[in-house]
Design a protein around this ligand. Structure first.
Ligand SMILES: [Zn+2]
Length: 261
């Protein structure tokens, strides 16, 4: 005869302990207690639903601050109902906590230096050793002091930590290279635009100087022409008047006998 463990696919161990901690904290006056445990799937947070009825055995689960689903706690196994798609490793991380919640909380304190229950830095050597602080131990109903240290040692032996510290993400070399190439291209494009703009300024300055010189020459020529005309008017038998007619095609110069339109 063989024994089979009939564990449901969404069975994540026993979260009645975590539920009990949170209920203790509420009984001790905490308004919205949380238990946070760092896992390979992210920073997991467990909380009681805001609108809960007496006897509800439900936990809300967040990963890195985002709600990911609900755990329904029961004596024969707690089941996780994800809200939708959940990151790989979520179920495994939940089971690691559900199989030994105290070890997970202690392991979080050891791995992060922060209390699982209030997120404060653990400074007291006894807190560092136990993995959470004395105030939270009182509120949540956890072992503390010598008993706590012993419980922590039993719950989370250092040689086999339940919570694996999350390694910092490797730099995304492909994205960094792409960003560097894009920045180089942008630099080249901006330099080209600057050069073209400077060239346009030089061209415009050359045209300006050319126009000034042309105007100067034209003024000298106009003075000379007017002088010649005045001299001629003084001596000619029939004076000639220069009239200027504007037309759409340009300026038309026409010589007419004096007085005629
Ligand atoms: Zn604390």
């Amino acid at each position: 005869m063989t024994t089979t463990t009939n564990r449901a696919a969404n069975d994540v161990g026993s979260f009645t302990t975590v539920l009990g901690w949170l209920n203790n904290a509420v009984a001790n006056g905490a308004r919205s207690p949380r238990v946070k445990i760092r896992t390979t799937a992210g920073l997991m947070g467990f909380a009681l639903p805001r609108n809960r009825r007496p006897g509800d055995a439900v936990l809300f689960v967040k990963i890195d601050g985002n709600y990911v689903g609900t755990i329904r706690c029961a004596s024969d196994g707690s089941r996780f109902f994800p809200r939708g798609w959940v990151a790989q490793g979520t179920f495994e991380a939940l089971r690691a906590i559900g199989d030994n919640p105290l070890a997970a909380a202690v392991g979080h304190g050891h791995a992060t230096g922060n209390c699982s229950f209030c997120a404060r830095d653990l400074t007291d050597p006894r807190s560092v050793s136990v993995g959470y602080g004395p105030i939270c131990a009182g509120h949540f109903g956890l072992p503390w002091g010598e008993v706590g240290a012993a419980a922590a040692r039993i719950a989370a032996p250092r040689r086999a930590p339940v919570v694996t510290p999350v390694a910092p993400a490797a730099p995304d070399l492909v994205a960094l290279r792409a960003a560097a190439v894009a920045a180089e291209r942008e630099t080249a494009a901006a330099a080209r635009e600057e050069f073209e703009a400077q060239q346009a300024v030089r061209d415009a300055q050359a045209r300006l100087l050319s126009a000034i010189a042309r105007r100067d020459r034209a003024e000298i020529a106009a003075d000379a022409a007017n002088t010649a005309l005045r001299n001629a008017e003084g001596t000619a038998f029939v004076p000639v008047t220069e009239t200027i007619r504007m037309s759409s095609g340009g300026t038309t110069y026409a010589a007419h006998p004096s007085g005629e339109e």
